[in-house]
Ligand binder design. Structure first.
Ligand SMILES: NC(=O)c1ccc[n+]([C@@H]2O[C@H](COP(=O)([O-])OP(=O)(O)OC[C@H]3O[C@@H](n4cnc5c(N)ncnc54)[C@H](O)[C@@H]3O)[C@@H](O)[C@H]2O)c1
Length: 269
């Protein structure tokens, strides 16, 4: 059967939105290595992630999902249950940096005034909130409803960002959306605290994924990013996945409503 490293998620079923790329993909691979079957949800094709999960000896299901659609989030959880019988862990990693989609937020921040609040297009702001906040809300509650029906708890992990706490000039939609994810996490954690369903957030710092592809080639943007990153390097997706694993596993059963910050030393000052 599986090739679980430590078996921290042995026999568990995880649903991961944004699972086709970056942090979601690394989390899917790590969860599979720890013994979980994984449902990969994304707008983008999930073949690569499915292959990683299967390589780890676990079962994978890809469900094309637009998390801004309530019906598709509900259908995602239905598909997970149809295939695997239950859901134990959910990771909401689907997100965008700007309304243009996965793109280099820091490049945009560096292009002076491009998205300052006084100039920004409100529809573009709304689009980021739709994906990053409403998408997470719809994902979370579809997961929570299933976990409530199962009656034996679960773990929901929202990928926020260190930008939930750090204002970045020119990136108001993203920062506001991530602060929203963080507050949503805390409210849901309170509402579900007595059910055994834990809801936590992860706030990565700058992490080498397609979302910030090219940042190292943009001197101003990279310098700006490293100026608030004491470790002076980008995070690796696997390092963020390890934090998700902690929150998904039985190592964190007394932890809910928290924001963990794998962020290279941000917030030490
Ligand atoms: N990379 C970073 O530096 C960084 C830092 C902090 C937080 N984050 C957050 O981590 C999460 C994952 O981002 P990543 O860095 O892995 O980027 P990524 O672009 O590699 O992955 C994001 C995935 O989300 C998917 N997606 C976007 N909109 C979707 C929608 N409406 N429905 C379903 N899927 C959708 C994309 O197709 C993509 O596969 C995001 O929420 C992002 O904001 C990233």
């Amino acid at each position: 059967m599986g090739t679980a490293l430590n078996g921290k998620l042995e026999g568990k079923v995880a649903v991961i939105t944004g699972g086709a790329s970056g942090i979601g993909q690394a989390t899917a691979a790590r969860f599979a290595e720890e013994g979980a079957d994984v449902v990969v949800a994304d707008l983008a094709p999930g073949d690569e992630t499915v292959a990683l999960v299967e390589k780890a000896g676990r079962r994978a299901l890809y469900v094309r999902t637009d998390t801004t659609s309530e019906a598709e989030c509900d259908a995602l959880v239905d598909a997970a249950v149809a295939e695997f019988g239950r859901v134990d862990v959910g990771v909401a990693s689907a997100g965008i940096a700007t309304a243009a989609g996965p793109s280099n937020v820091q490049t945009r921040v560096a292009s002076e005034g491009a998205t300052n609040v006084v100039n920004l297009d409100v529809a573009a702001f709304q689009r980021v909130l739709d994906v990053n906040v409403i998408g997470v809300l719809q994902t979370d509650r579809a997961l929570a409803r299933q976990m409530l029906a199962q009656g034996d708890g679960g773990s929901i992990i929202n990928i926020a960002s260190s930008a939930a706490k750090i204002p970045l000039a020119g990136a108001s939609p993203y920062c506001v959306s991530k602060a929203g994810v963080w507050m949503l996490t805390k409210v849901m954690a309170l509402e579900l605290a007595r059910t055994g369903i834990r809801v936590n957030a992860v706030g990565p710092g700058y992490t080498a994924t397609p979302m910030i592809d090219g940042i190292e080639d943009n001197e101003a943007a990279f310098a700006s990013a490293m100026s608030i990153t004491p470790m002076n390097r980008l995070g690796r997706p696997a390092e963020i996945a390890a934090t998700c694993l902690h929150l998904a596993s039985a190592e964190s059963t007394f932890t809910t409503g928290q924001l963990l910050l794998p962020a290279g030393g941000q917030f030490t000052g």
